[in-house]
Design a protein around this ligand. Structure first.
Ligand SMILES: Nc1nc2[nH]cnc2c(=O)[nH]1
Length: 164
């Protein structure tokens, strides 16, 4: 007899991971990545536990899945997470080529207990974003100017490059 494991099951697992993680010195976030062929990989938030501001549950799950599977490409996988992914986690999921994201609580729920997910979404939507963190393209003059495209030109002519 085969069992169908539902989206609700993986979302419930991500929530259980999140709650357990709070009692293990982590933030209240958990995630499960399920590959197209049904393999599941978990991640929890370890930001303060490891002094790594990028160690969100979703990023940790992506790292665990990629390491275990020996790939940087999770095409066809679904990311289940206890809370709406922040912009960093969404971008990480895009880079990992994850096909689908399903979440439980949202950015406003996270804000209600002090997390900045909603603030960082506003950064990308807000004309005034420079007040939070200016990002500047510095126009270089000679002699540095010609070097700007050197990394890309070198990459572009490398036969052995691995595109991603
Ligand atoms: N979705 C999500 N939001 C966060 N905000 C702060 N940490 C996290 C995390 O690990 N996951």
């Amino acid at each position: 007899m085969s069992t169908t494991v539902t989206a609700e099951h993986f979302l419930a697992t991500s929530i259980e991971l999140a709650t357990a993680n709070v009692l293990n010195s982590g933030g209240p976030f958990g995630a499960v990545i399920v590959t197209a062929d049904g393999r599941a990989f978990e991640g929890v938030n370890r930001v303060t536990a490891t002094n790594d501001p990028t160690a969100h549950a979703e990023v940790t799950a992506i790292r665990n899945a990629c390491r275990e599977l020996g790939t940087f490409d999770l095409s066809g996988a679904t990311l289940y997470t206890s809370c709406e992914p922040c912009p960093m986690c969404l971008a990480s999921a895009l880079w990992a080529r994850i096909g689908n994201v399903v979440f439980a609580a949202d950015r406003h729920d996270a804000a209600s207990v002090g997390f900045d997910d909603a603030v960082f979404y506003e950064y990308f939507e807000n004309e005034d974003r420079d007040t939070l963190m200016p990002v500047t393209k510095l126009e270089l003059g000679d002699p540095q100017a010609p070097a700007i495209l050197e990394p890309f030109n070198t990459w572009n002519t490398l036969d052995s490059r691995i595109d991603y």
